[in-house]
Design a binder for this molecule. Structure first.
Ligand SMILES: Cc1cc2nc3c(=O)[nH]c(=O)nc-3n(C[C@H](O)[C@H](O)[C@H](O)COP(=O)(O)OP(=O)(O)OC[C@H]3O[C@@H](n4cnc5c(N)ncnc54)[C@H](O)[C@@H]3O)c2cc1C
Length: 461
């Protein structure tokens, strides 16, 4: 069995930034990186040619070097209030420093130098929102664009593999981690390796696996939240007055009837709605935008946070169950419905969809009725939020708006780690979205820097 200083499981932003930071501080450190997906150069979603999802295993969109972020439109959120809970671990001052540090690394890899944000306008909208009981989150964004994210990830890949002491394994799923003699046996579907330190950076697609490992090693986890909702699509001119100034608006609403928090998320002016397949062939909806190629539409997620209490402890299973219901009704596809039909208690049909003044961007979505899928409290919270948003963004809940289902965010398995993101096992770290402590590119990347710095510090002691 080959031995390494560090094994990194998952090559998304969290795993990549772990490797970059380790190499920056110790260019000779031996690292092995595993990803169940392909490397960034061969990762291609066939849908651009076939025009429909081919259900690849592993999914080229969510797995492989670059992680879920590689084909995302790379919106780097430059606010500590967005994209995770790292402030709870490192405090408010350190998190701001780390945001600047990681942002500068992205810039050094040619990230777009512009930031799309008008602070004065943000203050105005924040005031408007507060008049209607909505909470506006101020967050400047560096927008890389999908093609640019890929190029940046490719450059990082080239840099990492240019070190002879680093091995990056594609199409290699880690099955198990076994602590033995002050190090860890990392068992893949092909071979075994011995690593002094192991960083679990498995992302959302690997969060169930992280949970399994934690259960087996008795590492405490807490797990009580999942966000369930829809992807909204509408003519771009309706959101332009806000998105031209802010690129993205993050607004929170607390439902008056259900008291669930509902939030806008991942806004893509001129973007495209996409289907994402999880490992167990579950189709969920998402959205992205390109830097140069633009549609005439805007899409964003509207998500309802669902918190569960004792005795229920399986929010991921619950979220998947709801998404699977939509898959069941559509033959494994994404369901789409006009907001008007949902309000009127009708199913959307191909004929009704044709009455829209535009062509939706997800062309193989199946018209249906989301009220057969989403529980009443989620539907109520969503419809109330559309009404509230209409006051600050007129037209957002018009008859021209369509909703795709189901969008689910499974970042809820929260692994118990210390301020260095180390579990109760010395040298075993849990970082990024898969550990339930981040939910965005910026904080996932930062989590890699934190773990790497701790490993380096321990080595130099
Ligand atoms: C379509 C889309 C758009 C997005 N847009 C944005 C955005 O604009 N801005 C933003 O901040 N965030 C965005 N996100 C979220 C962002 O991509 C994630 O927060 C980020 O990628 C998380 O990084 P990560 O390294 O923790 O996990 P991931 O990027 O998910 O990477 C985890 C990797 O681990 C691998 N893996 C999992 N289990 C195993 C295993 N057992 N063995 C081997 N490998 C394994 C997976 O294949 C994957 O490649 C978007 C996500 C999607 C899907």
């Amino acid at each position: 069995m080959r031995k390494y200083n560090v094994g990194i499981i998952g090559c998304g932003p969290a795993g990549i930034f772990t490797a970059l930071e380790l190499l920056k501080n110790n260019p000779n450190i031996s690292i092995i990186m595993f990803d169940e997906g392909r490397n960034i150069k061969t990762r291609k979603c066939p849908k651009s040619k076939t025009k429909k999802c081919m259900g690849c295993t592993p999914c080229n969109i969510s797995s492989g070097f670059g992680g879920a972020g590689a084909f995302s439109d790379g919106k780097l959120s430059l606010s500590k209030d967005v994209g995770g809970w790292l402030e709870d671990y490192v405090g408010p001052i350190r998190i701001e420093e780390l945001i600047k540090y990681v942002d500068n690394i992205y810039l050094s890899y040619n990230a777009n130098p512009e930031i799309s944000y008008n602070s004065e306008f943000a203050n105005k909208i924040s005031y408007e929102c507060s008049k209607y009981g909505l909470k506006f989150i101020k967050c400047p964004v560096r927008h890389l664009g999908t093609e640019k994210s890929q190029v940046i990830m490719e450059k990082m890949y080239d840099y990492i593999i240019s070190h002879s002491n680093v091995q990056v394994l594609e199409l290699t799923k880690v099955k198990d981690i076994q602590p033995k003699n002050n190090s860890y046996h990392v068992i893949t579907d092909k071979e075994q390796y011995i690593c002094q330190n192991v960083v679990m950076a498995a992302g959302r697609s690997g969060s169930s696996w992280v949970q399994e490992i934690c259960q087996k090693l008795n590492i405490p986890t807490s797990n009580n939240q999942v966000d369930i909702g829809v992807r909204v699509e509408l003519p771009r001119q309706i959101t332009d007055p806000l998105t031209n100034e802010l690129y993205e608006f993050k607004i929170y609403n607390t439902s008056k009837t259900t008291e669930n928090t509902v939030r806008t998320f991942c806004m893509n002016p001129g973007g495209f709605v996409s289907q994402e397949n999880y490992d167990d062939n579950l189709a969920v909806v998402n959205g992205h935008s390109y830097h140069d190629l633009k549609s005439d539409l805007t899409n964003f997620a509207l998500l309802v946070s669902c918190h569960f209490t004792e005795p229920f402890k399986e929010p991921i299973t619950y979220g998947k169950y709801i998404a699977r219901l939509a898959n069941m009704l559509t033959g494994g596809k994404i369901m789409v419905q006009r907001l008007r039909d949902l309000r009127e208690g009708k199913r959307s049909t191909k004929e009704r969809m044709k009455k829209l003044s535009y062509t939706p961007t997800l062309t193989d979505a199946v018209p249906g009725d989301l009220s057969f899928v989403l529980p009443e409290r989620i539907l109520k919270a969503l419809l109330e939020t559309f009404e509230a948003l209409e006051k600050v963004c007129p037209g957002i809940s018009s008859d021209e708006t369509i909703i795709y289902g189901v969008e689910v965010k499974f970042y809820s398995t929260h692994v118990d780690v210390n301020e260095n993101l180390e579990t109760k096992y010395k040298g075993l770290y849990a970082i990024g979205d898969g550990a339930g402590i981040t939910r965005g590119l910026m904080q996932a990347s930062i989590s890699g820097v934190i773990a790497a710095n701790d490993i380096i510090q321990k080595q130099t002691k």
